[in-house]
Ligand binder design. Sequence first.
Ligand SMILES: Cc1cc2nc3c(=O)[nH]c(=O)nc-3n(C[C@H](O)[C@H](O)[C@H](O)COP(=O)(O)OP(=O)(O)OC[C@H]3O[C@@H](n4cnc5c(N)ncnc54)[C@H](O)[C@@H]3O)c2cc1C
Length: 484
Amino acid sequence: MKKMEADVVVIGSGPSGLAAAAQAAENGAKVVVFEKANVSGGAANMGMGPLGIGTRYQKDMMVEAEVEQLFKEFMDYTHWRSDARLVKRYFESSADTIAWLEDTCGVQFAGAYKYFPKSHATWHIVAVNGGIGRNGGAIMNKAIRDHAVANGAKFLMETPAKKILMEDGKVAGAVGTDASGEEVEVRCKAVVVATGGCGDNPQMIKERTGYTYRGDMYNFAIPGLKGDGINMVAEAGGGTTAMNVEMMYLLPESDMGPDCIPAVFMQPNLLVNKLGKRFMNEEQMQNTTFTGNAISFQKDAVAFSIIDSRIARQYMKKGVDVVNFVHHPDNVADFEEVVDAQIANGITDIVKADTLEELAGKLGIKDVDTFIETVDEYNDMCESRDSLFYKPARFLKPIGKGPFYAGIFHPGGYGTLGGIKVDETMQVLTQDWDPVPGLYAAGTDTCTIYGDSYMFLIPGNTMGYCVNTGRFAGEAAAAYAEEN
Ligand SMILES: Cc1cc2nc3c(=O)[nH]c(=O)nc-3n(C[C@H](O)[C@H](O)[C@H](O)COP(=O)(O)OP(=O)(O)OC[C@H]3O[C@@H](n4cnc5c(N)ncnc54)[C@H](O)[C@@H]3O)c2cc1C
């Protein structure tokens, strides 16, 4: 067995573990990080940026974003089923964290953006080649890691931690196994757990959230996110919380394919369920949480976004009505061609049919009459108003001329939320609310602040929560190690 010593051990190096390691090292602690994968960054390597409120970007862009206003909005949204002290601290620190990322770690941001028109411009997108691109999160992660390493933090890659050592009721170290199979024991005063939840553990997802992976939940299963930290903390005497999924919706096969397909089908098109009925104001399709929730409620947790050839041509010629930074092709002029090619390649989450009856058959809508009635009723409303769900007139486009196209949407999840009970200093608490001396946690393993539904109206919210709570945990763990 290899033996090492540290003040603070961090388990996991996604944005929360990286921020914890960097902050603890910056504050003078000797830090060792266990990381299961061969790269740091976790799920955030696929993301674009964290939340900030009251930042210099917002001031420069004359965007109104005040902690007081957004805190009130957030707490109304969650019905106060949330740790208000933690939310307040996170929001209040977020501008300083954006400045820390920029000035201390060297991250460059493209600016502060909305995710969709009704959201706030809190999403600080990390610049990719000086502009907006996907995966800026990976650039941010590398910068935080470099800062941690510059301050002496040591990373043990491909070395999953498997146990937190407790002696006399206090943290005494952590044990992992390296890539060669050898055990590594690091004695320390404080441990920060930041393992990113259990998105890659279907059994734990079922037990803790009730969803069936690839049944009624097509979440991102980032390899290695097995719930290790949540289980290790419980074994060490820490308390557990309810867990949830950070809800979204997606085309399971096409979401990561050519952008024109998700970009077209995520428009506020006619959306029906398997019973052939509409079930929401499709304008809300921009809010991925609301739409994922609504789809979850439908028969077989599935929904069909439908357009006809006239709408397809309109998008191809003039561009889509609603754009976002995630699926943002310059244009969708090749939509028809791409759909044909993808269907020929065996993609099954998009469908094309010459008649509505044929479309219903391909989508598994048994009650064809109800579906045709829905389309007729919808077409009538396109000439007056949406008296059913009040979708704005500009998004009402009749379905008349074949061929018809449908995208088959399922509920999805960026990952799981919650699992470890903490206070606003990120100190782990027992089920009885007593501190577990020396034990801290951060990031999605601890994130129960949204109540029942992820808060997409203030975007950048999970990565923001992760970096900020990582810093809180790193700071507290370093101070505890120094005192003890
Ligand atoms: C496609 C996509 C896009 C996203 N975009 C955004 C965005 O733009 N803005 C936003 O706010 N949020 C975004 N998110 C969400 C955000 O990325 C996550 O909430 C965030 O990465 C969670 O951070 P974390 O540190 O808690 O966990 P993770 O990032 O999941 O990292 C956990 C780390 O722990 C490691 N680990 C696991 N078990 C062990 C173990 N036993 N020992 C050692 N290491 C272990 C893992 O290998 C991993 O490196 C996105 C998510 C996805 C999937």
